[in-house]
Design a protein around this ligand. Structure first.
Ligand code: GAL
Length: 683
């Protein structure tokens, strides 16, 4: 049974961000200014303590928390609540000196020196003990502080350690997983290939950069282990906090679609999902809309991990970061668009990294609300202030949620398996991009989609899109079959059902695991196309579409053929099919080739129609979302384009102007509109 999540006690959208007063303790005037300016910018929450260990515990066992209490008090007195981080993201020097085992070992087997951050072994008992000691003291001291809103575990947990402790834990993990049967592991990993058979579990090394990297099952299991071990570490922090402060929810800030950890596994342990968003706005290789819709995809991945609850945007930059290839400033208006986008996608916060720029060190040139200039009349400060005002206006929408009728399967294990598979075209596999393309096409049709894992319950969705589900175990295949038999619309594509959970290929035709019967087809071959190769798929209505990158040759058993190839040795062969299932109206659609947008759009329209999902075409370069609660629907439009657009058939109250909208609204370039519609009014 899933654990009951603790609810975040926010009555308003959180506005604020990472605050590092420990860097300025010797300058009380600056700290006073901070409070004054925070109030002016309508800041109501800050994250404290993310990297404060060397100030909280300057030498082993010498805890100094008074400064933190003074700051938390002062913030609270001024209406600002605290998200309190555990400081385990970076270690003080005394710890690495005394407990060198806590230092991380890289994939070449080299122990790192002291320094930087995120440089620790997640297994080391010494490290875990020191962290727990710190966490318990923080919880004891601040657990009842009226300003404490949320625990923030460490910082952007990530990476992997290859030290002997981790290696041993990996072996134990495998031994347990394969129930002590090394032959079962040899079979699952197909180790007779290249004579890689293991005799004992203690012979198994992680996939070192200069070691074993040729066993797909091992590579995948190492990724799973890394997630498991990181989750185990994170739980050791959470447990101690929960034992002392059971009423305070817990989060950990995720990083975009970080490939190294399966966030869905970690999410189960958290009360609140939060993440850090740093898109490359205004770049020179895509439209602003494309940058933003990718960010919407990321927001939606986070949102889908905490269905029925808002997530938090934990970090974003008010100006420019310092780690992109080109650190371009957010253009005027971008800040508002990005903030509203986060809220529209289901975030209950707009938080920044960082409140004030540090004077020195690694992030001294990273954007902040308050620059080295120290003034509150800057463009960026004013835009942040405007955002604060806007969030106040939006207050009634807090805790409302986004409800999706469609889902896209986007699965971490599958990501890892596809990334690691040798074949097709390494460059063009592009699993993430393919999922995003589905998301974008649906968004253009005004259809909200959740991004779900292959283990998630699909019953609340009327249509499920499952691009490139290369890795499918029997259990998932069974659930997909049930989904269609119960009336669901399921669309899968080329590269479906090639391997099982250990990455062993299915025999007897792809898709395996009983999916051939579901789709009524099997793929006899898959071809990779050079960018200059030309092929097309022709549809019954006379339209045709370009094939890109991959094409499967389908053998049709009992499905309707919707499209056939026009060129090459597979001309005339089936490329797109549909098999209808029973009285419930379910269908299994199969798209055997990567097709250009126009064809995918028309296929999606057919699937959505069969699913009874209403569509509403959204103007070019405009993004739309809807949040709802029992009483209202909040409609959000963001226009990233250069032209003013008209949105028709809108009724309600424009939340930003207070005007009553009867029929249509206009959205100016680089602007937003938010309309509140009463749910009763529709009846
Ligand atoms: C985040 C990190 C912050 C800060 C920020 C800079 O990934 O959590 O501590 O480094 O990046 O953009």
């Amino acid at each position: 049974m899933e654990r009951q999540r603790i609810t975040l006690a926010n009555q308003e959208f959180l506005h604020g961000g990472d605050y590092n007063p420990e860097q300025w303790l010797d300058q009380p005037d600056i700290l006073r200014e901070d409070i004054r300016m925070m109030k002016k910018a309508k800041v109501n929450a800050v994250t404290l303590g993310v990297f404060s260990w060397s100030v909280l515990e300057p030498s082993e066992g010498e805890y100094q928390f008074d400064w933190l209490e003074r700051i938390m008090d002062r913030l609270y007195e001024n209406g600002i609540r605290t998200i309190l981080a555990t400081p385990s993201g970076a270690k003080p020097v005394w710890m690495d000196e005394k407990y060198p085992e806590a230092l991380r070992v890289d994939e070449w087997g080299r122990r790192r020196h002291h320094g930087v951050r995120h440089n620790h072994c997640m297994t080391s008992n010494a490290y875990r003990r020191k962290v727990r000691e710190m966490d318990s003291r923080l919880a004891e001291r601040f657990g009842k502080h009226p300003g404490l809103l949320l625990w923030h575990i460490s910082n952007e947990l990530g990476g992997a350690c290859y030290c002997p402790l981790c290696q041993k834990k990996f072996q134990e993990y495998l031994e347990e997983k394969f129930q002590g049967d090394i032959e079962a592991l040899n079979k699952a990993w197909w180790t007779t290939f290249w004579s890689h058979r293991y005799q004992r579990f203690d012979q198994i090394e992680p996939p070192f950069a200069n070691g074993e990297g040729s066993i797909m099952g091992l590579n995948l299991e190492w990724k799973r282990f890394t997630t498991w071990n990181m989750t185990d570490y994170m739980k050791s922090e959470i447990e101690i906090l929960r034992s002392i402060t059971p009423q305070i929810p817990v989060t950990a800030n995720f990083m975009k679609l970080y490939p190294g950890l399966d966030y869905r596994v970690m999410a189960k342990e958290l009360d609140v999902i939060s993440w850090d968003s740093y898109p490359r706005y205004h770049n020179d290789y895509e439209r602003l809309y494309d940058t933003c819709i990718e960010n919407a995809f990321d927001h939606s991945v986070m949102r889908s991990m905490c269905k029925e609850r808002p997530f938090l945007l934990m970090e974003s930059v008010p100006g420019a970061v310092n780690w992109h290839e080109f650190n371009k400033q957010k253009r005027p208006g971008m800040h508002k668009l990005a903030a509203v986008q986060a809220v529209a996608c289901g975030s209950d916060s707009v938080l920044y990294f960082q409140w004030r720029k540090s004077r020195g060190s690694f992030e001294q040139h990273h954007g902040a609300v308050v620059d080295h200039l120290g003034k509150d009349d800057t463009r960026i400060f004013k835009e942040v202030q405007e955002t604060g005002k806007l969030l106040e206006i939006l207050k009634p929408a807090v805790k409302s949620i986004v409800k999706a009728k469609a889902a896209i399967l986007f699965d971490w294990d599958n990501r890892w398996a596809i990334e690691d598979m040798k074949g097709l075209s390494q460059q063009k596999k592009q699993y993430e991009k393919t999922c995003m393309d589905f998301y974008r096409l649906l968004a253009r049709l005004g259809v909200e989609a959740d991004l779900v894992s292959r283990e998630d319950d699909l019953s609340s969705y009327r249509a499920v899109f499952a691009p490139m589900m290369y890795m499918i175990e029997k259990e998932t295949a069974k659930r997909l079959r049930q989904y269609v038999c119960r009336g669901g619309q399921l669309l899968a594509t080329y590269l479906t059902g090639y391997v099982d959970q250990d990455t062993l290929c299915y025999l007897g035709g792809f898709p395996g695991a009983g999916l051939k019967e579901l789709f009524g087809i099997y793929a006899e071959e898959i071809d990779s196309l050079y960018p200059s190769d030309k092929n097309r798929v022709k549809f019954a209505d006379g339209s045709s579409a370009e094939v890109r990158d991959f094409a499967e040759m389908l053998r049709v058993q009992d499905a309707q053929i919707l499209g056939t190839y026009t060129e090459d040795y597979y001309a005339g062969g089936a490329a797109v099919t549909r098999k209808s299932w029973g009285e419930n109206g379910g269908s299994a659609w199969y798209v055997g080739a990567r097709l250009e947008d126009s064809a995918m759009k028309s296929l999606l329209l057919q699937v959505l129609e069969a699913a009874g999902i209403p569509i509403c075409e959204i103007p070019e370069e405009v993004e739309y979302h809807c949040r709802e609660n029992g009483k209202y629907r909040y409609h959000f439009w963001m226009n990233y384009g250069k032209d003013k657009v008209t949105i028709s058939e809108v009724k309600g109250e424009d939340l930003l102007t207070g005007e009553c909208v009867q029929k249509e609204i206009f959205v100016d370039p680089m602007d937003v509109r938010i309309v509140r519609e009463s749910r009763e009014q529709k009846m």
